[in-house]
Design a binder for this molecule. Sequence first.
Ligand code: HEM
Length: 480
Amino acid sequence: MTDSFYQRRTAGIALGIGAITIVLYGATLFFGVIARTSQGGFIELRPDVLYEFVTLHSVGVAGSLMTGVTALMWYALSKHVRLSMNLMLIMFGIIGAAVVSLLVCTLMGYYGSGWTYLYPLPFKSAGAWDEWAGALYLLVIMCVIIAMFIAWCDVVVSCSRKYGFASSMGWNLIWGNDTPDTAPPPVVIISTITALCGIMALFSGSITVVQQLIYWANPSYYIDYLFIKNLIYYFGHILMNMVMYMCAAIVYELLPRYAGRPWKSNKIVAISWNTAFIAVTLAYLHHLLQDFVQPLAFQVIGVFGSYMAAFPATVVTIIGSLILVYRSGMKWSVAPLYFFLGLMGWAIGGFAAVMDAGFNQQFHNTMFVPGHFHTYLLAGASFVFVGALYHLTEELGGCTDTFEDRVGLWTWLIGAYGVTAMFMYSGIFGTPRRYAVQMPGTEVYSTIAVYFAWIVVFGVTMVIARYLTRLQRVKPLRGW
Ligand code: HEM
């Protein structure tokens, strides 16, 4: 396969997966907005319906974001290594099966545990949903695990084949065997570290699914509640963090093209991302700080892991991006603006996560938690995702920004910070998360949030419409 054919096909696949996932993203985000509109008192959803909507929303929007970002990271990486297009298509096909199953188990099977599927909830719903819906939901998670396993294994294998495993992990830079000129580019190092960290989490996720399916087939099968809770949070927490890390890899590769300066790998980049690898693995424990039967050492490690996870990669990336753009004479078109604002969303959401771990007695399971992760997903990772889509249409179709592109960006930004600020405020005042009806005295935060949520809907709709229009400008390339 020639280089140019490979480049055209990877671009075509990334553009296509990007188009499908951004539409799915918008559709499933809508269910979250409807849920918030109900919490805000504008409409009245039955609590069981609200939980179905929140389940469909959370897995749907986070899953489509993760799939889209994976395809775009793969596109950014394909400039340096040969990845398998067939594997990417297989991965995408499995995600398609997961989407259909998710729709069936939530909308037809009434499944509504939220994303967490804590044992034995999938099979003990007090009549809210049938057991088959719980089992199907577990298969949805299994599909995601298999799909991401394929994609991430391809990344580790392809990078190691070209640069060697130690160089791809940045270890040769750390030990002085590589220099910034000979080391692999940051997109390779960050993608390899992310993929490896993700693969470890996928193993833990698959244990949680298999154990619960065995329990479904044989209810006398014993599962330790705390053990499986640890594995579920280790899996889910890391999976969502890896979405942001893949976004960072994309920014390291694409932002320098706007700044007109290189962003090379160096010792600091390598050390910070390897530290993040360890820290993010430990950070999930802050979800279990109120589980008093956990060994104390775990809890202490969890708090330190959470503090550590936020700093090395985030701080190094943010400072690096500021140095990159400072006095670069860069033209702030919409794509780099999305990248830059996405990194800021990551930093702000990450800081809120540290607050959550540090003041867990106050914030645990309050709305502060959705506040922090919505910040780095809705105003962080999502922005990098959209920025990369805009970049592709700019690079391959010569598309230029219009007034509507800028309106989409700013309305999404304003709406997103309004939504997340209201989640956090209500959390600070003690509103519990996952309550269909808000506690007396705290309804006002949900009510205000609804206005911002609909501003986001406006912004996201604008972005989707514009991306699909820009896509038509990308000249048809043979061999897609
Ligand atoms: C305007 C945008 C959005 C709105 C209004 C919204 C609304 C909501 C609401 C009302 C909940 C339930 C909160 C609770 O009471 O605990 C929720 C949960 C959640 N949302 Fe969103 N959301 C939005 C965007 C997103 C995005 C972009 C993502 C991911 C990429 C996302 C992922 C999640 C997740 C993972 C949960 C947790 C579900 C659970 O507790 O099991 N949301 N969202």
